[in-house]
Design a protein around this ligand. Structure first.
Ligand SMILES: [Zn+2]
Ligand SMILES: [Zn+2]
Length: 91
Protein backbone atom coordinates (compact mmCIF):
# COMPACT_ATOMS: atom_id res chain seq x y z
CA UNK A 1 0.00 0.00 0.00
CA UNK A 2 0.88 3.54 -0.48
CA UNK A 3 0.01 6.04 2.20
CA UNK A 4 -0.90 9.31 0.60
CA UNK A 5 -2.00 12.09 2.86
CA UNK A 6 -4.23 14.43 0.94
CA UNK A 7 -4.17 18.19 1.36
CA UNK A 8 -7.60 18.38 2.95
CA UNK A 9 -9.72 16.38 5.32
CA UNK A 10 -11.94 14.19 3.11
CA UNK A 11 -14.91 14.71 5.41
CA UNK A 12 -14.90 18.40 6.21
CA UNK A 13 -12.19 19.98 4.05
CA UNK A 14 -10.15 21.25 7.00
CA UNK A 15 -6.37 21.24 6.91
CA UNK A 16 -5.97 20.96 10.68
CA UNK A 17 -3.50 18.23 11.77
CA UNK A 18 -4.15 15.89 8.87
CA UNK A 19 -3.69 12.20 9.49
CA UNK A 20 -4.19 8.97 7.64
CA UNK A 21 -7.02 6.81 8.96
CA UNK A 22 -7.41 3.11 8.21
CA UNK A 23 -11.10 2.63 7.61
CA UNK A 24 -11.24 -1.09 8.36
CA UNK A 25 -9.59 -2.57 11.40
CA UNK A 26 -9.17 -5.75 13.43
CA UNK A 27 -9.48 -8.76 11.13
CA UNK A 28 -9.91 -6.63 8.01
CA UNK A 29 -7.01 -4.31 8.67
CA UNK A 30 -4.28 -6.40 7.05
CA UNK A 31 -6.31 -7.09 3.94
CA UNK A 32 -7.46 -3.50 3.62
CA UNK A 33 -3.90 -2.18 3.74
CA UNK A 34 -3.56 -3.30 0.12
CA UNK A 35 -6.14 -0.80 -1.06
CA UNK A 36 -5.77 2.97 -1.16
CA UNK A 37 -9.57 3.19 -1.03
CA UNK A 38 -9.46 1.83 2.52
CA UNK A 39 -7.57 4.82 3.75
CA UNK A 40 -8.78 8.31 4.21
CA UNK A 41 -7.17 11.61 5.12
CA UNK A 42 -8.86 13.17 8.13
CA UNK A 43 -8.24 16.27 10.18
CA UNK A 44 -7.80 15.87 13.93
CA UNK A 45 -11.42 16.81 14.63
CA UNK A 46 -12.83 14.18 12.28
CA UNK A 47 -10.26 11.62 13.37
CA UNK A 48 -9.34 11.66 17.03
CA UNK A 49 -11.61 14.14 18.79
CA UNK A 50 -14.67 12.91 20.69
CA UNK A 51 -16.68 13.61 17.54
CA UNK A 52 -14.19 11.79 15.32
CA UNK A 53 -14.44 8.41 13.59
CA UNK A 54 -12.81 6.52 16.45
CA UNK A 55 -15.48 7.67 18.91
CA UNK A 56 -18.50 8.14 16.69
CA UNK A 57 -20.15 5.02 15.26
CA UNK A 58 -22.20 6.92 12.70
CA UNK A 59 -19.16 8.66 11.31
CA UNK A 60 -17.25 5.40 11.33
CA UNK A 61 -20.03 3.81 9.27
CA UNK A 62 -20.05 6.80 6.96
CA UNK A 63 -16.38 6.40 6.05
CA UNK A 64 -16.85 2.64 5.59
CA UNK A 65 -19.65 3.41 3.15
CA UNK A 66 -17.39 5.85 1.32
CA UNK A 67 -14.75 3.14 1.04
CA UNK A 68 -17.25 0.54 -0.13
CA UNK A 69 -18.62 2.92 -2.77
CA UNK A 70 -15.14 3.72 -4.03
CA UNK A 71 -14.16 0.07 -4.21
CA UNK A 72 -17.41 -1.05 -5.81
CA UNK A 73 -16.83 1.48 -8.57
CA UNK A 74 -13.56 -0.23 -9.32
CA UNK A 75 -14.12 -3.88 -8.44
CA UNK A 76 -17.89 -4.33 -8.20
CA UNK A 77 -20.16 -5.39 -5.36
CA UNK A 78 -19.63 -9.12 -5.64
CA UNK A 79 -15.92 -8.64 -5.18
CA UNK A 80 -16.44 -6.32 -2.24
CA UNK A 81 -18.68 -8.79 -0.42
CA UNK A 82 -16.23 -11.60 -1.01
CA UNK A 83 -13.32 -9.54 0.24
CA UNK A 84 -14.97 -7.63 3.10
CA UNK A 85 -17.90 -9.94 3.98
CA UNK A 86 -20.37 -7.19 4.68
CA UNK A 87 -22.52 -4.73 2.80
CA UNK A 88 -22.09 -1.49 4.74
CA UNK A 89 -24.48 0.35 2.45
CA UNK A 90 -27.43 -1.70 3.66
CA UNK A 91 -27.74 -0.63 7.28
ZN1 LIG B 1 -12.28 16.97 9.09
ZN1 LIG C 1 -7.73 6.35 12.63
Amino acid sequence: MNTKIKKYCELCGSTFLLQNHHIFFSSLRKKSDKYDECQITLCWNCHLSEKGVHQNKELSLKVKRMAQNRMEEIYGREWFLKEFYKNYLDF
